[in-house]
Design a protein around this ligand. Structure first.
Ligand code: PLP
Length: 430
C-alpha cells in the first residue's frame, strides 16, 4: 500500500528538513509482529481502537480481567458478603498474597513482599527501616535524578531520624561509597531513571554498597513488570515500587515493599499501623511487630484497588519476564532507530544493559508536540524541560505501533501541526 508520508521524497522544499520514514520500516515491523511470541498477550488488555498507547510507564492500560473482577468485588464481595469478606474472600491476606504474586515478577521468593499504600509511603518506611538496620551510620546516599518524591521522602525521614542525605550522581556512587562508606547506612536509587529511561546497574551498585557495609533501597517503579529485576539473586536489601505503571494495576493502585528475608526480623517500620501488629485483633495497647513481612503492613488497605491489581497481574500468566525484556529491547531499538531516522535526539542510552523500557526524545516544544500526538492517537507524556517520553509495555505494544507512532510524529514535525494555537495550552497533568 502506498503511503504518501512513508514514501515521501526528502524535502519538497530543500530548506526544510524531512521527517519522513522510509517504507521499509513498516515491512520490518510487520515481520517482527508476525514472529512475536508475546503478540497474543495484547488480547488480555482493553485498548481503545485508534490509540497507540505509549504511556504504560505512567498508567498501564486496562487489563481485560479487571472490570469483571471489580464487578465481583463490589457486588458479591462487598455488596453481599459484606464484612464477612475479610475472611471468606481472603481480604485480610490480600496484601501478602498479592505481594507474593508481584514477587514472582521481580524475583522475590514468597514472604518478602507486601502490597499496599503509595510508593511515597513505602519509601518513608523503607528509608526508616534501613536507617534502623544500620544504627550508628547516619548518611543516606541518594540519586539527584530520582523521581522527586523519593528525594522529598528520603530527606524528610533522614531529618526525623537525625541522619543526612547526600545527593550523589549514580556515576559517582562507587567512589563515594569507597570514600565515606563507613558512615553510609543505605543508598536509595531508582532502578530506571524516570526521565531518560537509563537502567542502573542494580547488581553492581548493590555489591558496592554491601562492600561498604551499607544497605540498598531500590525504587522499581519503572522496572517492575518491564524487565527481570531478580531481587533475591542480586542480594538487594529493600525495594519499593508502584503497580499502576507496567503492572497495570489501575489509577492509584497500591504500591509494594520488598524486605529481604534476612532483614525482616530486624526491620522496624516507622509507620507502625495495626495491620502490621503481631496480634492485630488482640487490640493490644502496645505495638509489637508481626514476625514476618506482615510487619510492613500499615493500616486498612484499599481493597477495591487491590483486587483490581490482583486481576491485572493475571495478564502475566505464563509470561516469562526474560521474553518481556527481549521484546522491550527490540521495541525500543526500533523506536530509537526510527526517531534517529527523523533526525531527532534521544536521551536514552543505546546500550541494552543501560536501557529500561522507555525512550526519551528531546524537543524544544515537548508539550505542544505531545498534545498534537495525543490528538492523533499516539499517547505518551512529557517531562521538563524538553523530554517527550514514550513507554513500551511489551505485553500490549507491537512493532507496527512503533513505526506508526514515529510516522505520525514525523508528520506533526514536518507539517508544523504542533504549532497550532490549541496545543499551546498546557494540561495540569503532563
Ligand atoms: C520512580 C518513581 N517513584 C515514585 C513515583 C510516585 O510515587 P507515588 O505512587 O507515591 O505517587 C513515581 C511516579 O511516577 C516514580 O516514577
Amino acid at each position: 500500500m502506498s503511503d504518501p508520508l512513508l514514501n515521501a521524497v526528502a524535502g519538497d522544499s530543500p530548506a526544510r528538513p524531512s521527517f519522513a520514514l522510509d517504507s521499509t520500516y513498516r515491512t520490518r515491523a510487520a515481520e517482527l509482529d508476525a514472529a512475536d511470541p508475546l503478540a497474543h498477550v495484547r488480547e488480555r488488555f482493553l485498548l481503545p481502537a485508534g490509540v497507540i498507547y505509549l504511556d504504560g510507564n505512567s498508567l498501564g492500560a486496562l487489563p481485560a480481567a479487571v472490570p469483571e473482577a471489580l464487578n465481583d468485588a463490589v457486588h458479591r464481595q462487598w455488596g453481599t458478603d459484606l464484612i464477612r469478606s475479610w475472611n471468606a474472600n481472603g481480604w485480610w491476606e490480600a496484601p501478602t498474597r498479592i505481594g507474593d504474586t508481584i514477587g514472582t515478577l521481580v524475583g522475590a521468593a514468597p514472604g518478602q513482599v507486601v502490597c499496599g499504600d503509595s510508593t511515597s509511603v513505602q519509601i518513608f518506611n523503607a528509608v526508616a527501616g534501613a536507617l534502623r538496620l544500620r544504627p550508628g551510620r547516619t548518611v543516606v546516599l541518594a540519586d539527584p535524578d530520582s523521581f522527586p518524591t523519593d528525594l522529598y521522602l528520603t530527606e524528610s525521614v533522614a531529618d526525623l531520624l537525625g541522619a543526612k542525605v547526600r545527593r550523589v550522581p549514580v556515576a559517582e556512587l562507587p567512589a563515594a561509597l569507597r570514600a565515606e562508606g563507613d558512615a553510609v547506612a543505605a543508598i536509595a536509587y531508582n532502578h530506571v531513571d524516570y526521565r531518560s529511561g537509563a537502567l542502573r546497574d542494580l547488581r553492581g551498585l548493590t555489591a558496592a554498597a554491601h562492600d561498604a557495609g551499607a544497605l540498598t533501597i531500590w525504587d522499581l517503579c519503572h522496572s517492575a513488570g518491564a524487565l527481570p529485576v531478580d531481587l533475591d539473586a542480586n542480594d538487594v536489601d529493600i525495594a519499593v515500587g508502584c503497580s499502576y505503571k507496567y503492572l497495570s494495576g489501575g489509577p492509584g493502585a497500591p504500591a509494594f515493599i520488598y524486605v529481604a528475608a534476612r532483614h525482616i526480623a530486624g526491620f522496624a517500620p516507622a509507620l507502625t499501623g495495626w495491620h502490621g501488629h503481631a496480634n492485630p485483633f488482640g487490640m493490644e495497647a502496645g505495638y509489637a511487630p508481626a514476625p514476618g513481612i506482615e510487619r510492613a503492613r500499615i493500616g486498612t488497605p484499599p481493597l477495591l484497588s487491590m483486587l483490581a491489581l490482583e486481576a491485572a497481574l493475571g495478564a502475566y500468566e505464563g509470561v516469562d519476564m526474560r521474553a518481556v525484556r527481549t521484546k522491550s529491547l527490540a521495541l525500543t531499538d526500533l523506536f530509537i532507530e526510527c526517531v534517529g531516522a527523523l533526525g531527532l535526539e534521544t536521551l536514552t542510552p543505546a546500550e541494552h544493559a543501560l536501557r529500561g523500557s522507555q525512550v526519551a526524545v528531546r524537543h524544544s516544544e515537548p508539550h505542544a508536540v505531545m498534545s498534537a500526538l495525543i490528538d492523533r492517537g499516539v499517547i505518551g507524556d512529557v517531562r521538563p524541560p524538553d523530554v517527550l517520553r514514550f513507554g513500551f509495555n511489551p505485553l500490549y505494544v507491537g512493532y507496527a505501533d512503533v513505526v506508526e507512532s514515529v510516522r505520525i510524529l514525523g508528520d506533526i514535525l514536518e507539517t508544523g501541526a504542533y504549532k497550532d494555537a490549541r496545543y499551546a495550552v498546557r494540561a495540569t497533568v503532563t
